[in-house]
Design a protein around this ligand. Sequence first.
Ligand SMILES: NC(=O)c1ccc[n+]([C@@H]2O[C@H](COP(=O)([O-])OP(=O)(O)OC[C@H]3O[C@@H](n4cnc5c(N)ncnc54)[C@H](O)[C@@H]3O)[C@@H](O)[C@H]2O)c1
Length: 337
Amino acid sequence: MRPLLLIGCGAFGRVHLAALARLGLSDRVLGVEPDPAMRAACPGLRFVADLAEGLAQCGAAIIATPVPTHAALARQVLEAGLDLFLEKPATETAAESAALARLAAARGRIVQLGLYFRFHPKAQALHAMARAGEFGRLHYLAARMSGLKRARGDSGALLNDAVHFADLLPWIAGAAPIQVFAQIADPLGRGREDLAVIQLRFASGLIGLIEAGCVLPGRWPDTVVPGAETRKEVMVAGSAALAEVDFATEEFTLRRGAHEAGPGGAWLPRHAPREVPAIPAADPVAVVAAELAAFLRAVESRVPQGPDLIEGGVAPLAILDAARRSAQDHRVVEVAP
Ligand SMILES: NC(=O)c1ccc[n+]([C@@H]2O[C@H](COP(=O)([O-])OP(=O)(O)OC[C@H]3O[C@@H](n4cnc5c(N)ncnc54)[C@H](O)[C@@H]3O)[C@@H](O)[C@H]2O)c1
């Protein structure tokens, strides 16, 4: 098998390197990284001189570069005939992802999106339970990814944080939302939305909420960014069960049961005590290793094993595009199908 090209060896590129080491694949990786300090932070990694050299030598690439570079780099990777693992967010807009999806299809290339929670055991458990009907009829999905951390130079809260849940919540729901109402704010006055609150409505009547931002109290140390404090929480509520997952502490709690009609028109909760299902914990390196193992199986089998540019790119970005329009126009916006 031809080598794998890691494009971008910054903070998350190095999580990819650790994941590849865990998969026993360190020898198969070449890096391309313009910043000498970042190259120095990757001892043992062989670097190519430039992207063209890397594309000529490798069979597949991982893009872990700043968000505004994704669309052009992904185009170069696909035009060179390589398969691609593209870190989230795929691109800045749904239209850019749709154009890349057409290119990947025309070239017969595998593209898998780096949507971390798709490969986190606790998010997978929420998805499996929802799809098996264990929550009954879903009525609410909420996700919070916020805290006190660096405001990234390349993106705001929509593309950096909310994108995770613009993917995860529809995946759990088994459907895309039809409408979005969002509020965004720029409390640092730096020209980016560092705070976003997005309400979702699905055709079934299910409603949802995503809160994202880096200017709010954090609760736990971030496992990827040193010094950052974070909250990463998801709530799933349905007619037969309620679940809460705190991804920072790996707590997963479940209440099975339903409300039943009681005296005087009241409805009373008839829920069993909290259950703590035995679902394994996973550190970021383990999750990325699972993502990359799936990508490499897809490269080998030519059968996608994770979210592609439509499911993991166009779909969540259509929600974020709608959120941006909603916040600008102060109105509910339909999500483009
Ligand atoms: N899935 C997740 O949970 C998760 C977590 C963190 C970051 N990310 C994503 O990973 C990507 C990188 O984030 P990061 O935190 O590592 O950023 P970063 O700024 O720490 O690193 C980006 C690196 O890319 C390099 N780079 C820039 N342009 C390049 C080019 N043309 N070719 C090669 N290298 C180039 C920079 O020099 C830098 O070292 C972003 O898309 C981000 O959204 C995903």
